[in-house]
Design a protein around this ligand. Structure first.
Ligand code: SF4
Length: 468
């Protein structure tokens, strides 16, 4: 029976075997590294900025009760409605209710990974609403009926040729591989959708408690149109998105742009503080803010890994991760891929089914080093492994490590096993179909390092004329 772990294994095996795909992803990211490093140099003290960001998030996450209430009070004063969603189902139901009560027919969305987390599009479409993604990358993967490949670059796995083919098939456009022309084709469709939409759904990068505002940062301007043209704006956010003060954005906005996309600043940074106010010429008539828990409070209760709630979803840890770069975003089978996804998915969706993600790591620590808010990612992966082993011990591992421990505690046994290893090593390729078959998972793609013809112990004894 297929499980999350076996799906991960088969998909990652498939993607890793595709050298062309891996080269394409790595080429795509090479420009990012250069720009990110150039922009990091614009910070007077990048490491100091990381320290400050981590402290600010620590303060926010450890006082969510205070800051979320402050945020709610301020934004409610200006007419927004705040809904506290304990789980995905409650969030979906609330948004559906708002849509039905207001006779909504067409919905436009800007980029929001939180909506992927709660499978919002499926729920809306099932109820007969037309839902259109307005972020170009999201629109492309929506046309392909796929999930986003990456937190920040949803369509990074596709070539221009593939996008052109898709547009020809789905939109009847001319073939082109010019990025500007491809963008204009999508834009033409989108403009109509903005005007037709009754409801705009957005994500949120940060919620500011002090002023009761949400901040959305984007490069295409589509979120501005999504949130201001339709008569209803629904902003969806995880409860961890709150920051204490407005001035915190002066750090987090450039930091998110630099770490996430190698930019000095993202092109459009907009604050939303409620629906259209009396006397204002534009803006939505209603604004709804959905604060999603969905097991985040369980992560909050885990003092060891609580700092993972500080994630600003910049995607930097994915970009540097040797596993992500080889297995790609779809192997993970969950909304949040890469190192942060491997850390938080067992909390959000259950350790038993998702602990395997934490084993897919080289523990090189590149993710921790790249993270702008200093989340201790690779140690959290180790903690998940430990928790997984405690939660549902693997009998084969128990036997293997028990045997290893027995052998390491008895030098004579260790030497005997090493001798056996030398004798039987040439037979490793015959393991297929024998009781050693499970080893094929390892030996199928790599060779054991050859054992030296003589052990250090034997060599030492020989050099000393038989003396120990
Ligand atoms: S864990 Fe850190 S690097 Fe990874 S997405 Fe979150 S903030 Fe960015």
């Amino acid at each position: 029976m297929a499980t999350q772990a076996s799906d991960f294994q088969s998909l990652s095996r498939r993607y890793t075997a595709d050298k062309g795909f891996r080269a394409f992803i790595q080429k795509g990211l090479s420009g990012y590294y250069k720009k990110r490093d150039e922009n990091k140099a614009n910070f007077q003290d990048w490491q100091g900025a990381r320290d400050l960001a981590a402290e600010t998030k620590y303060e926010a996450v450890n006082h969510l009760d205070k800051y979320l209430l402050e945020f709610e009070e301020k934004i409610t004063e200006r007419g927004a409605k705040v809904f506290w969603a304990p789980n995905a189902e409650a969030a979906r139901e609330y948004i559906l209710k708002v849509a039905k009560e207001n006779g909504v027919r067409s919905i436009i969305k800007s980029k929001t990974m939180t909506s992927e987390e709660i499978h919002l599009n499926d729920a809306l479409e099932k109820e007969g609403f037309g839902v259109f993604e307005s972020d170009l990358g999201e629109y492309i993967v929506q046309l392909r009926k796929e999930a986003p490949f990456h937190l920040v670059f949803p369509a990074m796995h596709l070539t221009r040729g593939q996008i052109s083919d898709l547009f020809q098939k789905e939109l009847g456009s001319e073939a082109t591989d010019e990025p500007e022309k491809l963008t204009m084709i999508a834009r033409e469709v989108m403009r109509r959708k903005y005007c037709e939409a009754d409801m705009g759904i957005s994500g949120t990068n940060f919620a500011v408690a002090e002023t009761g505002m949400i901040s959305i940062t984007e490069n295409e301007g589509n979120a501005r149109l999504t949130t201001s043209l339709p008569k209803i704006h629904v902003a969806l956010l995880g409860i961890e998105k709150v920051l204490p003060k407005l001035e915190d954005l002066s750090l987090f906005l450039p930091m998110l742009a630099t770490a996430g996309a190698g930019q000095t600043m993202t092109c459009y940074n907009t604050m939303y503080a409620g629906p259209r106010q009396p006397g204002e010429p534009d803006g939505p008539e209603q604004m709804h803010v959905v604060l999603l828990d969905n097991r985040r409070t369980e992560l909050l209760a885990d003092a060891e890994q609580r700092d993972a709630l500080g994630c600003i979803r910049c995607g930097a840890c994915l970009n540097v991760c040797p596993i992500f770069k080889n297995v790609g975003g779809y192997s993970y089978g969950t909304t949040y891929g890469g190192p942060i996804g491997s850390v938080i998915t067992p909390h959000l969706r259950g350790l038993k089914d998702w602990k395997h993600l934490s084993a897919a790591s080289s523990l090189c620590g590149a993710c921790t080093e790249a993270c702008p808010v200093k989340i201790d990612l690779h140690h959290h992966l180790l903690q998940n492994r430990r928790n997984g082993a405690k939660d549902s011990p693997n009998p084969a591992e128990k036997v293997a490590f028990g045997g290893f421990s027995l052998m390491m505690g008895r030098p004579a046994l260790y030497r005997f096993a090493a001798r056996l290893g030398r004798i039987f090593q040439p037979l490793q390729t015959l393991a297929n179909g024998t009781i050693l078959d499970p080893l094929r998972a390892w030996t199928g793609t790599r060779k054991f390092p050859a054992l030296a013809p003589k052990s250090f112990h034997d060599q030492w004894k020989k050099d000393r004329g038989g003396r120990k």
